[in-house]
Design a protein around this ligand. Structure first.
Ligand code: ATP
Length: 363
């Protein structure tokens, strides 16, 4: 059977375990040898006990767990060619030529680069006497399928990334809790949510918590946002509302590209309206806890589809990323999605916000 390895890389997210489980079981079902690589690319570079063969029961009782049981890491070595050569050796030694990478755009970029270099790396390993001519010939091609695990929903090409829905559940639980205490004391709460340069979590959090104001990176507020914010809060109180909720994305910026921090907003509210104002930074709670039903199903479907894609690949097949399009799992060219995701980041850096939103597409 074919050798497949699955690993998680970059920041963790809920639902990664469901994906790992699906890859292992679908792979075994189809007669493959499936391996875990622990601690992302670091495990691939270090080899040894970091690359372990999985069996059916090694992924029992993990679908409901948050995070990733096989560990994730950022890895400097893999950014260097020397590190990737070590990784190639560790894979060839075990007969692994199929990779399922679960991570963000950085992890997927690394995987693509690895594939482009694969044949050359093997030539060098052969020259160094590290692998045999038979191995060189047999393992000539590396196949890659990527899954996007991220709570930020910031990747182009997929409607939802694995983990976003669970993060929203965490956020909603927290906003509901804050709303009840804010009501009692007639307070104003500023809630900071994650998402890096993507406002998806903040927008959905604002919609579902009846927030009065939301700050997101893709739509910096007008120059006079301080006045508009105060007018809005005051207006709500004047009609009898006992509290105000303001959601701020961690990447929120003004029209000059400068960060808008929760502290800045608080100062505006306190100085102008003298409201009892508190800040809640949700932080890593958002990435933790059990995955939602949606993320468990999403991870499972994506993991199974990744194995199918690898099984159907031939030497001309380019790396793909498994995406959700409507309710369909689809395969898209990995590098095109990564390039578009990077183009969004560039548009944001250039303060071309409308372009960024357009490029990002449906997600
Ligand atoms: P997150 O969205 O959580 O940040 P990510 O996958 O984008 O996830 P990164 O830290 O960018 O996170 O990348 C994870 C790892 O992938 C890096 O530590 C590195 O080992 C590898 N990697 C990223 N970019 C490259 C690259 N250009 N070349 C080789 N390896 C890379």
């Amino acid at each position: 059977g074919k050798g497949i390895a699955v690993f998680t890389s970059g920041g963790d997210s809920q639902g990664m375990n469901a994906a790992v489980r699906a890859v292992v079981r679908m792979g075994i079902y189809l007669g493959c040898k499936v391996y875990f690589i622990r601690e992302g690319y670091q495990g691939m570079v270090d080899g040894g006990e970091y690359i372990i063969e999985a069996n059916w029961s090694s992924v029992s009782s993990i679908i409901h767990k948050g995070g990733t049981i096989i560990g994730s890491a950022r890895c400097k070595d893999f950014r260097e060619r020397e590190g990737r050569k070590k990784a190639a050796y560790n894979l060839v030694e075990r007969g692994i030529t199929n990779l399922v990478v679960i991570g963000g755009d950085g992890s997927l970029t690394g995987a693509d680069l690895f594939k482009q270099e694969w044949a050359d790396l093997l030539d060098e390993l052969l020259k160094d006497g590290k692998i045999t001519p038979e191995q060189r010939k047999k393992y000539n091609h590396l196949f890659i399928a990527g899954l996007v695990g991220s709570i930020d929903n910031d990747f182009c090409g997929t409607d939802m990334t694995i983990g976003t829905d669970s993060a929203l559940h965490r956020i909603i639980e927290a906003t509901d809790a804050i709303v009840s205490t804010a009501y009692s004391h007639q307070r104003t709460f500023i809630m900071e949510v994650m998402g890096r340069h993507c406002g998806y979590l903040a927008i959905v959090a604002a919609l579902t918590s009846e927030a009065d104001y939301v700050f997101v990176p893709e739509s910096p507020p007008p120059e006079d946002w301080q006045r508009r914010l105060c007018d809005k809060l005051e207006q709500e109180r004047n009609v009898g509302q006992r509290l105000n909720i303001i959601i701020v994305a961690e990447g929120a910026i003004d029209r000059n590209g400068h960060p808008i921090m929760a502290e800045d907003i608080k100062k505006v509210v306190v100085d102008n309206l003298h409201q009892d104002t508190r800040i809640t930074v949700l932080g890593h709670v958002q990435r933790g806890g059990n995955p939602s039903a949606f993320d468990r199903v999403l991870g499972s479907r994506m993991g199974a589809e990744a194995v199918m894609a690898l099984m159907e690949a031939d030497e001309n097949t380019e790396p793909c990323v498994i995406s959700l399009d409507g309710n369909q799992a689809v395969r898209l060219p990995l590098m095109e999605c990564v390039k578009q995701t990077k183009a969004v980041a560039q548009a944001m850096a250039d303060k071309e916000w409308e372009k960024a939103v357009q490029l990002r597409g449906k997600s």
